[in-house]
Design a protein around this ligand. Sequence first.
Ligand SMILES: [Zn+2]
Length: 502
Amino acid sequence: MTVTYLTTTIPYVNARPHLGFALELVQADVLARHGRQRGHEVRLLTGTDDNSLKNVLAAEAEGIPTQELVDRNADAFAALRVPLALSFDDFIRTSRDPRHRPGVERFWRACADAGDIYRKHYEGLYCVGCEQFYVASELHDGRCPEHDTSPQVVAEENWFFRLSRYQERLHELISTGQLRIEPAARRNEVLSFIAAGLEDFSISRSRDRARGWGIPVPDGEDQVIYVWWDALGNYLTALDYGVDGPAYQQWWVRGDRRVHLLGKGVVRFHAVYWPAMLLSAGVALPTELFVHDYLTVDGHKISKSTGTAVDPVTLVERYGTDAVRWWLLREVPRVGDADFTVDKLTGTTNRDLANDLGNLVHRVVSMQHRYRGGRLPAQWAEAVPGAEALATARREAASQVDAALSNFDFRRATAAVWSIVEEGNRFVETARPWQLARAERDGDTSAAAQLDAVLSTLIGACRDLATHLGPFLPDTAARIEAQCTPVDGRLPATQPLFPRGD
Ligand SMILES: [Zn+2]
């Protein structure tokens, strides 16, 4: 049996969650639900990065203690579970979870024992937004390429990690696909970054600069651990790595797939720093990294300060969980940024869910009531003339979804399921069950048999949809399932799947 450990990145919690992070959560959730549906053992982890200096600064700006701000916003992230219908198995908070600090300390010591941690005086340009040092050539007109702010000059004595030692190993592991990075353009970007030469990086801060917030460097130093070191460690610490617990053995050491989902802004941390840290500590690498691009809103980069941060909870309250999930899965391409607008959301919802899917299920269940008293056929028809394309779509959906999702292509996966919807609607139009019903009433027994075959093909297609849509639209799938499952021998009364949006 395949054992799969899936993670999202853990966002810093200086503000409430926005739609861009909802994308990553929903993608991870689909992979988890799909794996479970195929009988795999799956564990999905998400959480929050509480120890960032950005959280400290946000709390200072509000005039409240850092822990208070962090707790409030972390709760908002954990609470996405219900509105987004997420099925994560674990949620780690790096400032509060008792598993985290012992794991980070053990990991630090493992790298120190390997001779990869040393002290050095350092001066550099630091962006607090990124929690990252930049060299001048990486800046755009002297400003951070992610935040368009001027980095601060920092000079202090820090602990450093000997990243340079792992340059060749990393290049080989990634170029041979032992650490698979998708999409390929991201892998190539990482390979050229590595080939250009890796420099050791600072992994601690003075306690003053960190405002006393974060995990102290082990053994009584007046330094706290670099927040990225601490945050990346969550993928292990949530598995009880700190005490070498059974979860670590099961999911990391003996697991088949260790998959990290992440956004393009944090590729370097996940594809270069993190694997090198794992090599140093003698821990297996992740097997796959999937890098998604960004969402824009009305053509603008998502930004809390300019008011373009869409709140996923508000969207769900207005348009429904599955409308939001469907837009994220159906419209966001595997490569390239996608622009969100409310018009696009309602357009996709009305076209796909209300019209194509909602009408199909409603017509099929209604005809089953009208022509057969809500009773399902005694036997399921095979090879119904005119239903060849529908049969192909039904037969191939599962393997096409498998192939698409193993390639992190959510659009192609939804398209495979959707071909059942499209072919189902087409078959209703060509088979014309209402004409068969008329002929049946007029005593045509071959028309009666044909109608049985057509209806059973269609209800079978709807039941297939309930199965295949499960990972993507769990609520809708359950409602289709309920409409297509007899209670006391008859299907329940028909109800619209989707009240029409506005
Ligand atoms: Zn920045």
